[in-house]
Design a protein around this ligand. Structure first.
Ligand code: ZN
Length: 271
């Protein structure tokens, strides 16, 4: 039943993509004077001002995206892929199926259908709200403000960085339109560069196509120090929200010529 419903949705998305493509393809080169006129698109230099752009747009991709693999697995077998090996197997099977549908559609149409691990931040909130109204609050599925992006292990789930990378990496090979795996660190990475490098190398070795490390970073807008600022700025000694004397400012400018000229007294850069 799940695969039947999934296939129906994929068919719907294919139709929507083709519908939009046909409308776009019927436009003329003169409707895109910059893109087509400058030869940015492959083959656009072969077209005249009054030609339709379909022959050029076909080189682009028609992309199907997905969110909430974790919640899907939770709904199907009661655990997400961070929690169970069975869920990971099923997750890979589902995403492989979606990719195959895209490949088959490419074969059938001669167009580039592809699968993206969507980072749909606003959609993740919108869909879960709709589903909650429809199906009620279901633990681990509709009881949070966001569906988990793409194939990610839920952000609220405690897991070691290396395990998260290991679990998410195999999905990168299936999602040929794009993907990302994040690791979030809670300390000052500058104080443990070895750990930072180990994570990067592990991402590479596991086959992560696009990896990212999030880490805390503060900037003192007064002295320009960049790093983790806990209670007191390690460069100028200023505490959060504290003003700084003109004298001290002059001294700092002599020592750090690159520091910002204008100053305000907020802690984190928010402009
Ligand atoms: Zn400072």
């Amino acid at each position: 039943t799940f695969y039947r419903l999934l296939d129906e949705k994929i068919d719907l998305v294919f139709r929507q993509l083709m519908h939009r493509f046909k409308i776009q393809a019927a436009k003329k080169v003169r409707n895109y004077p910059f893109l087509m006129g400058n030869g940015i698109w492959l083959d656009s230099e072969k077209l005249g001002w009054e030609d339709r752009v379909g022959e050029v747009l076909k080189h682009g991709t028609l992309t199907v995206g997905f969110i909430g693999l974790a919640e899907t697995l939770k709904a199907l077998i009661g655990a997400h892929h961070g929690e169970s090996e069975d869920a990971q197997r099923l997750g890979l099977e589902i995403v492989a199926h979606m990719r195959k549908r895209c490949d088959d559609e490419s074969e059938a149409t001669g167009l580039n259908f592809s699968l993206i691990a969507t980072p749909a931040e606003s959609l993740s909130g919108r869909f879960v709200a709709i589903d909650r109204r429809k199906y009620g609050e279901i633990p681990g599925i509709t009881d949070r403000d966001y569906y988990t992006n793409s194939f990610h292990v839920p952000v609220y789930y405690p897991i070691r960085a290396f395990r998260k990378i290991q679990l998410e990496a195999p999905y990168h090979a299936y999602t040929n339109a794009g993907h990302i795996t994040y690791v979030e660190l809670d300390g000052d990475t500058c104080k443990n560069l070895k750990a930072f490098e180990d994570i990067i190398r592990y991402m590479h070795d596991q086959g992560v196509g696009y990896g990212s490390i999030n880490h805390p970073l503060d900037r003192d807008p007064v002295c320009g120090y960049v790093g983790v600022i806990n209670d007191q700025c390690p460069r100028c000694g200023r505490r959060d929200g504290e003003p700084i004397s003109e004298e001290k400012l002059r001294e700092l400018r002599r020592r750090f010529p690159g520091m910002p000229q204008a100053s305000c007294h907020c802690h984190h850069e928010q402009h």
